[in-house]
Design a protein around this ligand. Structure first.
Ligand code: DX5
Ligand code: ZN
Length: 240
């Protein structure tokens, strides 16, 4: 069963299309300007935090998130590719991020961390890598606000989209419908004008895009184009 065959499972009104530009592909020496350029087209900025342990790359941490918070009123969606979210996730909320997403396999008791982050007033997401089945996070899904389905191996921007991850999006839509749960489904990695449609068809509602936005001269136009494609595909899915 795909998302399109689940009645009411991917209601645009309940889960509006969100394009979340990943600043990983932005010019870090000019981050304020980069965010200001894309902000008119989006509600959310995706912030990839990497610690060099969970993934073989180091990106940014608390000082950058603090500066971003001062520079924009857009939601900051922190994707924590780190081995110690219990220590650091609360700090990103404290700095003003609206949501934090972590990879739960690094925690002995990820559910208690979800609860702790909710108590601190944040939205909470859990992420699955391409090799991880949905079953790995199923027990957490009733408790989180967002499921992040990685469509590349976490660690770097600009990688090729992995279509084999997409069926998990449809599976999550079916799970959500069956459990009457409320959960946004985000895809992250290799999302572009060429690849976004298949993730919309599967039922994703939140689309992280780094190089497809910051690799273009007009960042806002790039984000709007992705949103327009997603809306068009949705209209087609619903009309079936
Ligand atoms: C990868 C990150 C992504 C990345 C996406 O580990 O989680 O958010 O920035 O970049 P693109 O869209 O270029 O694949
Ligand atoms: Zn990310």
């Amino acid at each position: 069963m795909t998302a399109a065959t689940v009645p009411g499972a991917a209601q645009p009104r309940e889960y509006p299309v969100r394009i979340a530009p990943s600043i990983l592909s932005a010019d870090f020496a000019d981050l304020g300007q980069e965010v200001a350029e894309v902000a008119p087209a989006v509600t959310t900025i995706h912030v990839d935090v990497m610690d060099g342990h969970y993934v073989p790359n180091i990106t940014l941490g608390q000082p950058v998130v603090a500066s971003l918070r001062a520079a924009t009123d857009r939601e900051l969606d922190c994707h924590l590719m780190i081995t110690d979210p219990r220590t650091y996730a609360p700090q990103f909320l404290e700095l003003g991020a609206e949501s934090v997403t972590f990879h739960p396999e690094v925690e002995d008791d990820p559910l208690s961390l979800v609860h702790e982050l909710h108590e601190r007033g944040g939205q909470v997401g859990v992420a699955i890598k391409p090799a991880h089945p949905l079953a790995m996070v199923e027990e957490l899904l009733p408790h989180v606000d967002l499921l992040l389905v990685m469509t590349v191996e976490p660690g770097f921007g600009g990688q090729a989209f992995l279509p084999e991850a997409v069926p998990k999006v449809a599976e999550a839509v079916v799970w959500r419908h069956r459990h009457g749960a409320h959960l946004r489904i985000q895809v992250d990695g290799g999302i572009s004008r060429e690849t976004i449609a298949q993730t919309v068809e599967a039922g994703a509602d939140t689309f992280v895009a780094g190089s497809a936005i910051f690799g273009r001269e007009d960042r806002a136009a790039a984000a709007r184009e992705l949103a327009e494609i997603a809306e068009q595909v949705r209209r087609g899915v619903l009309a079936r």
